[in-house]
Design a protein around this ligand. Structure first.
Ligand code: F6R
Length: 616
């Protein structure tokens, strides 16, 4: 949802900005732009299209200077055009601004500025804000210095309703870049003789691993050798410099053609990292210290609400099955976007979890805030360390999956499910689960990374299989119980990156309507491992075959009956029921990936999507 990169230092800014934007491109790729400042002259380059188009533009005519700002856009206000690309300038043309978020009262501000004779070049809310800041700065009349620019910035932001992560500079105040956040992520990177303002740490780890995660209403100014952070009211605030725990290698593709494939293959390690130090064979349970809750408090929980969006919501649906079956606690899943506006009845012993890879999804964050406002203990399950959800929650669990850059979530899903399994085990063990059952669950979890590796070994065969289905008009995914959420997730992956129509359903729903879609052009993917509902899934499969539907089955190795019925089969190793969905999702990720590649789709940058949705 737009990536922001601000730089001031001693090196030429443009290559640093372009490299940073490439690393932020997963946040949006509708258009991109940079503005730099050298010897009192601003140079601006921007265009619709991906960073590659901007790169060509700056190679032909490089903008110079040792400070600058860069932006990659996911369009909200205004179409995808060169004019609407950021940075935007104020009326004087001396102030350049980049923005991630939405200014809700932009029309009203725009009308006011129009009445003062301002003219606008774009359709964006951001340009209005640039004009407003410039208008206040020009009207101040005092010296053209950092303090007055900062004051003008703060005064303008006080008039803004909406969300923003911002960075700007002004030609008359050449040695400073300013930034501010409200509702959109912003991070200060602290370097030696250089400082940065970015939307995501992955963009600056090549330069520094010392960062300050800014809070809402923080306003930051960076210079070559210093930085200051004040509140929107202008008061000094306390902050902490943290160390980022990953390196450039973690955010590079390495030998893989796409981030998505790299991240699919990273899953065995990500699963291990999600479990590391959290399984106790002595107490036959999981340990999740970050929940900040005693066993007594956990035992008092009588209801759980899991809220999330997209793939994280599918992990939550699996969490619901896991917690109910292992811990017998009534659990409900709600779209974060609904939860925030719904008046869900909850009592004092309801525990709420907000699940999010990025920790920045605005709907999930708003659900967390609504739950906290009502006085409920609200915990996070997140991947991005230092992101807003973990910082605002009462406790939680980090997934430790490492940076996920591919827009389609893969390793974050399986890590979320692993964490939810740990949670279910922990809650079960302080209720009715015996130590023997605890040990059984632990050994199943410990075997998971190796089993996942065996599924990944099928990648070449899945690639071949995908080649047989490129002509399909759409796909139906079926699964039951633990594997119904996997049907949803498999369908989501496929539609996101291949643009093929796809829907996930509980298997038994076939006969209640979906069957009308079955036919040779719409193959079905039946997730039917060897579990308690295997025979029921076979019934569904027979019904599809009776209507001339093609079927790809995801089944447990060695099952002859299903192999004889399905057109194609992808096997997963034998495992306990509650582990099967984590293994079953992997072939679906690979199938979606290979199909999309064969169709010539840009899997890491699917059309219209952005990795982190920080606007409503
Ligand atoms: C799907 C996908 C999205 C995200 C959703 C929530 O592949 O990536 O559906 O899962 O936008 O994002 P987070 O988990 O960052 O809150």
């Amino acid at each position: 949802m737009c990536g922001i990169f601000g730089y001031i230092g001693r090196s030429e800014a443009t290559p640093i900005l372009i490299d940073g934007l490439r690393r932020l491109e997963y946040r949006g790729y509708d258009s991109a732009g940079v503005a730099t400042l050298a010897n009192g002259v601003m140079e601006l380059r921007k265009c619709a299209g991906q960073i590659a188009s901007l790169t060509q533009m700056v190679q032909k005519d490089p903008p110079h200077g040792t400070s600058g700002i860069g932006h990659t856009r996911w369009a909200t206000h205004g179409r995808v055009t060169d004019e609407n690309a950021h940075p935007h300038l104020d009326q004087s043309g001396k102030l350049a601004l980049i923005h991630n978020g939405v200014i809700e009262n932009f029309q009203q501000l725009r009308d006011q500025l129009l009445s003062h004779g301002h003219t606008f070049r774009s359709e964006t809310d951001t340009e209005v804000l640039a004009h407003l800041i410039g208008y206040i700065f020009d009207g101040m009349g005092g010296p053209r210095n950092k303090q007055n620019l900062l004051d003008a910035f703060r005064l303008a932001l006080k008039q803004v309703i909406g969300t923003y992560g911002l960075a700007l500079f002004h030609v008359d105040v050449p040695d400073v870049v300013l930034g501010a956040r409200r509702g959109s992520p912003l991070i200060l990177g602290v370097g030696k003789g250089q400082n940065f303002i970015v939307s995501d740490v992955s963009a600056i780890v090549a330069h520094t691993r010392d960062v300050v995660y800014l809070d809402d209403y923080d306003v930051v100014s960076i210079e070559r050798n210093q930085f200051d952070i004040v509140s929107l009211a202008g008061a000094d605030i306390s902050f902490q410099v943290s160390k980022v725990d990953f390196t450039t290698e973690d955010v590079d593709k390495g030998a893989y053609p796409h981030y998505m494939l790299k991240e699919i293959f990273e899953q065995p390690n990500a699963m291990r990292d999600a479990m590391r130090g959290r399984l106790s064979t002595e107490e036959c349970t999981a340990k999740l210290g970050g929940l900040n809750m005693s066993s007594r408090e956990l035992r008092d929980v009588d209801r759980i609400v899991l809220t999330a969006c997209g793939t994280a919501l599918h992990a939550a649906r699996l969490g619901e099955c896991l917690i109910e079956s292992l811990a017998q606690i009534p659990t409900e899943v709600e779209f974060a976007s609904e939860f925030r506006y719904r008046n869900m009845p909850m009592n004092k012993d309801t525990l709420v979890f907000a699940i999010s890879q990025s920790g920045e999804t605005i709907d999930t964050l708003a659900a967390l805030r609504e739950s906290k406002r009502k006085g409920h203990r609200t915990l996070g399950i997140c991947n991005s360390v230092g992101s807003t959800i973990p910082r605002e929650s009462d406790g939680g669990v980090y997934m430790h999956a490492g940076p996920e850059i591919g827009v389609a979530a893969t390793k974050s899903f399986t890590s979320q499910v692993v964490v939810l399994t740990l949670l279910a085990l922990l809650l079960g063990r302080i209720r009715h689960l015996s130590s023997a059952q605890g040990i059984e669950a632990i050994s199943a979890l410990e075997s998971l990374p190796d089993l996942a590796r065996q599924v990944l070994d099928e990648s070449a065969r899945i690639e071949e299989l995908a080649g047989k289905y490129t002509d399909a008009a759409g796909f139906l995914f079926f699964g039951r119980q633990y594997n119904y959420p996997i049907a949803l997730e498999g369908a989501l992956k496929l539609k996101e990156i291949s643009y093929k129509f796809a829907e996930g359903h509980p298997s038994a729903e076939l006969k209640h309507g979906v069957i009308a879609l079955v036919g040779p052009d719409v193959p079905s993917i039946m997730i039917a491992p060897d579990d308690a509902v295997y025979e029921k899934n076979i019934n569904t499969l027979e019904q599809i075959k009776a209507r001339k539907g093609r079927v790809i089955a995801i089944a447990t190795e060695g099952r002859k009956q299903i192999a004889g019925l399905a057109d194609d089969i992808i096997c997963i190793p034998k495992c306990p029921d509650f582990i099967s969905p984590i293994l079953a999702v992997i072939p679906l990720q690979l199938f979606a990936y290979h199909l999309a590649v064969k169709l010539g789709c840009d899997v890491d940058k699917p059309r219209n999507l952005a990795k982190s949705v920080t606007v409503e």
